[in-house]
Design a protein around this ligand. Structure first.
Ligand code: ZN
Length: 239
C-alpha cells in the first residue's frame, strides 16, 4: 500500500551504510518515521528528501507497519535555514519542540501549519521572534498554554502586580507575594504578550528580554515534559 503525506522532515538518523531513518511531521497524521534508502550515496535521486526542514509531499510505501519513502515532491526546501547558523539553530529548536509535543497518529495540524509558518518567517525575517511565537503556540495547542493576563492566585492584573514570578505547575505569571516560583521580569512577560498578540510595552520587550523568555521556555519544557531541549540551549548560547 502507498500513501501520500504533506510533511516536514524534522530528524534524520543514519541507518546502515547508505540509508537513513527520517522523522516526519505530517499533516493529518502527526509524527511518523520512515526509512529512506541509498540517500548517502553521491547523486542519490531522493537526497533532498532527507535534508533538514524539507517541506514536501512524501510518497510512502507501507509494509508490515513500516514506512519507506519511495517518492518525494518538494514544496519548499527552506534552504535559507541551512545557510545561517542562527536560523539553523532556531529552526532545530522549533523542530525539537514540535517532536516533543506531537505523537504518532495524532493529527496535530495546528502545530504542523504553525511550524511551516515559523520556518517561513525564520527564512525571511527575525528568527528569534518566529521561534518565540511558535513555542508559545505549540505549548498552547498541547494544553501547556501560558497565562499572561492575571495572577492566578489573587486575580490582580499583572500590569498592576509589581514584581513577578512564574508558577511552573500552572504556567502562569503571578505576583511575587502570591507565588514562590522563579523570578520572571516584566520584560519576559511583555515579549510573550507581543508574541501572543496582546497589548504590550515595546520598551520592555528588548532583545535581552527575548533571551530571558527563551530561557523560561527551556525551564518550563523541562518541568512539563522532562525534555531537556538541547537544541534550544544551543540557540540561547549563540545569542
Ligand atoms: Zn497575586
Amino acid at each position: 500500500m502507498e500513501i501520500k503525506v504533506n510533511a516536514l522532515m524534522l530528524r534524520a538518523a543514519d541507518y546502515g551504510e547508505n540509508d537513513k531513518i527520517l522523522t516526519l511531521l505530517a499533516a493529518g497524521r502527526g509524527k511518523l518515521t520512515a526509512g529512506i534508502k541509498g540517500v548517502k550515496k553521491a547523486g542519490a535521486r531522493l537526497k533532498f528528501a532527507a535534508q533538514p526542514f524539507c517541506f514536501a509531499e512524501y510518497v510512502l510505501a507501507c509494509r508490515g507497519g513500516r514506512y519507506t519513502v519511495i517518492g518525494c515532491s518538494e514544496t519548499e526546501s527552506f534552504y535559507d535555514l541551512r545557510t545561517d547558523i542562527m536560523k539553523y539553530c532556531a529552526a532545530c529548536a522549533a523542530a525539537e519542540a514540535a517532536l516533543a509535543l506531537t505523537y504518532e497518529g495524532d493529527g496535530a495540524d495546528g502545530i504542523f501549519y504553525a511550524l511551516v509558518n515559523a520556518f517561513t518567517q525564520m527564512c525571511t525575517g527575525d528568527e528569534r521572534r518566529a521561534l518565540i511565537a511558535f513555542l508559545l503556540f505549540a505549548l498552547d495547542a498541547s494544553g501547556y498554554g501560558l497565562s499572561l493576563e492575571k495572577c492566578p492566585f489573587c486575580g490582580k492584573p499583572l500590569s498592576a502586580a509589581g514584581d513577578l514570578r512564574f508558577d511552573m505547575p500552572s504556567g502562569a505569571f503571578a505576583c511575587a507575594h502570591c507565588c514562590d516560583g522563579p523570578r520572571a521580569g516584566a520584560g519576559t512577560l511583555n515579549v510573550l504578550r507581543r508574541a501572543a498578540g496582546l497589548p504590550f510595552n515595546e520598551e520592555l520587550a528588548s532583545p535581552e528580554a527575548e533571551k530571558r523568555a527563551l530561557r523560561l521556555f527551556k525551564e518550563y519544557f523541562l518541568y512539563k515534559t522532562d525534555n531537556r531541549f538541547s537544541a534550544l540551549s544551543e540557540y540561547i548560547k549563540l545569542l
